[in-house]
Structure formats: structure tokens, C-alpha cells
Design a protein around this ligand. Structure first.
Ligand SMILES: NC(=O)c1ccc[n+]([C@@H]2O[C@H](COP(=O)([O-])OP(=O)(O)OC[C@H]3O[C@@H](n4cnc5c(N)ncnc54)[C@H](OP(=O)(O)O)[C@@H]3O)[C@@H](O)[C@H]2O)c1
Length: 341
């Protein structure tokens, strides 16, 4: 297999570093790796045992590559990704800039890799919260039909990028001094003013991931619903989502209530869900710490809901891996496997 020249825009970020790790781990055939960042600091990245320099993004440099991964921000992708694809470069974008663009495929390879077409060089990877449900529920949707989904997410701080994680670390360092039962009373912590998140996240949870719209839904809640409809090709799927940020480092969890078009046994449901990893046994379930660093989507606590057609699931996966970096590498592998490059 011929080796490729590959670019990574946002190589110094949380997803960027995981992307480099998986390109190396999965032996993606690379002869030149071009790493870009904002250029505001002088950071390098490590790849295949070497320290690589990272440059400020430069379009003319980026277009020399055959594949460029965008793991930076909506603004950077909006400005450059389509232009780069128009130059014939394969562009795999992890931002939300083009996910709802009908001309841009939104791809989870286990679900809809046929959406990758030689004529469309820009491909979006989905929202990290949706990916777990997109994979876990796909066979139920395809074989039985899913009519309606209610979803609650428990999202790790790393989902909001490096600056949110830095907020979290400094809050924890500040709060830990108060973690004691003075005179037997549970401490009442001050709210404080985080720089990058809407509320403090240390010893807290809040039901806001992204800005709210005029109907009171957060951007994340809207993304999960619209992206799932696109990836599953289910425009009429009814969805109700509450997205919650929780004080974990990495690993998003979901409680999902799926109303199917007809009743099936729990055993049959578990069999269909097994395109993800089913954790069996009533007392076994994945947690953010358990799935950190893992490639799979894990599903457990498969049980009957409040009607014979409702199935309830607990889903967990690493938001930085299957929710972002690994999914992008799998898209690139599919492009290669099909000889499109
Ligand atoms: N975090 C997740 O779980 C997750 C999941 C799915 C998708 N995503 C998406 O993946 C992307 C990266 O997320 P992240 O969490 O890794 O963010 P992050 O940790 O904040 O990293 C952002 C990266 O973008 C770079 N950057 C910023 N401005 C730039 C510019 N003008 N030109 C070139 N590079 C620039 C940063 O470089 P510096 O080091 O110079 O600042 C850094 O490398 C986002 O689009 C996000 O929506 C994230």
C-alpha cells in the first residue's frame, strides 16, 4: 500500500493528540505528517517516537496533503475545510460545521460507510454524544424500527475541549481544600465563575451543553437529534434529549429509552445491539473510568421500559476516541480500503 501525506489541523488539542495516537497505533500508512495549530504557542507533538514541530495553519501548506483531518473548531473548519476539499484533498472534519449540510456525508463507518463517495471529498464525523447511540441502536432501527427516543446524557468535561478541562482542574484544586466534614457538616461550596463553562463543574452537574435556542433546547440536544436522524436516514424519528455535563474527565454515558415499532424479547434486542460491546449481567455496567482509553461503544442494563415496545439502555464510550479521533481514522481507513486515494 502506498504511503500518504497527512495533515492534522488542531494536532495539539485533546482530539488531535488522540488522533495521532490512533494513526500510529493502527499503522495508518504515512510518509509525511503535517501538524497545524493556532500558532499561539510553541508546542510540539509526539508521533512514532519522534517529536514533531507544529505550525500555524497555512492553507497552501495544508493542500499539499492527500488527507487532512480537522480537529480544531467550527470556525477553523468553516473557513478552510470546503476550500481544501475543492483542491482535491480528502478532508475529514470533526467539528459541527458541516454535519447538517445535506451535501456533506456524516459518517459512522459501522452504520453508513456507503455514504463515502469518490466525488465528495469533505466528510463530517458526528457529535460525540450521538455516536454511542448511533452505533448501539442502529440494528434495532434497521431490523425492527425505532419510533421514538428519550435520552439523557452524562458528558465528560473533555467533551468541551482543553480549556474546559483546565477550568475543571483548577476548580478541583481549589475545592479540595474544603473537602472535609468540619463540625460534621457537609461543605457548601461557593459557585465561583468558571472561564469556559457555564457553571462550575467540580462537585457539580449542569443541564447545559452549548448555548440554548429560543425553545430552551441546548445546541448539543439539537445536534444529537438532527445528526441521528441524518446518520440513520430516519427523518421522522421523534427525539427528546437532555444533555448534562458531569465532573468526569473522559467517557460520555447515556440513558436511552427506545420505543420500537413492535415488541421484541430482551434477548433478541441484545443480539441486535451486539454491533457494540454488550456488557452482560444485571450487576455489570460500564462507567466513564472503565471505558476511558477504549475503542468500543459499551451497552448494558438492557431492560424493558414502561411498555412492551420500550427498551432501556445504558451506553458508555470514550468521547475522544470512538466519539471523535478513532471514528475519523476509521473513515480514512475506509477511503483507503476502497482505493479512493
Ligand atoms: N472533545 C471531544 O470530545 C470532541 C468530540 C467530537 C468532536 N470534537 C470536535 O473536535 C474539535 C477539537 O476538539 P478538542 O476537544 O480537541 O478541542 P481543543 O482541545 O480545544 O483543541 C483545539 C485545537 O485546535 C487548535 N486551534 C485553535 N485555533 C486554531 C486556528 N485558528 N488554526 C488552527 N488550529 C487552531 C488548537 O491549537 P492550540 O494548541 O494552538 O490552541 C488545538 O490544537 C472541535 O471541533 C470539537 O467540536 C471534540
Amino acid at each position: 500500500m502506498s504511503r500518504l501525506s497527512v495533515g492534522v489541523v488542531g494536532a495539539t488539542g485533546l482530539v488531535g493528540r488522540e488522533l495521532l495516537f490512533f494513526l500510529e497505533k493502527r499503522k495508518f500508512p504515512i510518509y509525511r505528517l503535517d501538524c497545524f495549530s493556532s500558532g499561539k504557542s510553541n508546542k510540539g507533538v509526539s508521533f512514532q517516537g519522534k517529536n514533531l514541530p507544529v505550525k500555524k495553519f497555512n492553507f497552501n501548506e495544508a493542500k499539499k496533503n492527500q488527507i487532512v483531518f480537522f480537529v480544531s473548531s467550527d470556525e477553523v473548519s468553516t473557513r478552510w475545510a470546503k476550500k481544501l476539499a475543492a483542491e482535491g484533498v480528502w478532508v475529514i472534519d470533526d467539528s459541527s460545521a458541516f454535519r447538517s449540510d445535506s451535501a456533506v456525508p456524516l459518517v459512522i463507518p459501522e452504520v453508513n460507510k456507503e455514504e463515502i463517495k469518490p466525488s465528495v471529498r469533505l466528510i463530517s464525523g458526528p457529535n460525540c454524544t450521538m455516536t454511542g447511540l448511533g452505533v448501539a441502536g442502529y440494528s434495532l432501527h434497521k431490523k425492527i424500527g425505532v419510533e421514538e427516543i428519550r435520552l439523557a446524557s452524562y458528558q465528560a468535561v473533555s467533551g468541551a475541549g482543553r480549556s474546559a478541562l483546565e477550568d475543571f482542574f483548577s476548580e478541583v484544586k481549589r475545592d479540595i481544600k474544603n473537602f472535609s466534614l468540619k463540625e460534621g457538616r457537609v461543605p457548601i461550596l461557593k459557585m465561583g465563575h468558571p472561564r469556559h463553562l457555564p457553571r462550575p463543574i467540580s462537585a457539580n452537574v449542569f443541564p447545559q451543553v452549548g448555548p440554548f435556542d429560543s425553545r430552551g433546547s441546548s445546541a448539543e440536544e439539537n445536534k444529537v437529534a438532527s445528526e441521528l436522524r441524518k446518520v440513520w436516514k430516519a427523518p421522522n424519528l421523534k427525539m427528546s434529549v437532555t444533555a448534562v455535563r458531569v465532573p468526569t474527565l473522559r467517557g460520555h454515558c447515556l440513558s436511552a429509552w427506545l420505543t420500537l415499532k413492535k415488541p421484541i424479547s430482551l434477548k433478541a434486542a441484545a443480539k441486535l445491539i451486539s454491533i457494540s460491546t454488550v456488557v452482560e449481567g444485571a450487576h455489570s455496567y460500564p462507567t466513564p473510568r472503565a471505558v476511558a482509553g477504549k475503542e468500543e461503544v459499551f451497552v448494558s442494563r438492557i431492560r424493558r421500559g414502561c411498555s412492551p415496545r420500550e427498551i432501556v439502555l445504558w451506553i458508555a464510550m470514550d468521547n475522544l476516541i470512538k466519539g471523535a479521533a478513532l471514528n475519523s481514522v476509521q473513515i480514512a481507513e475506509e477511503i483507503l480500503r476502497r482505493g479512493l486515494i
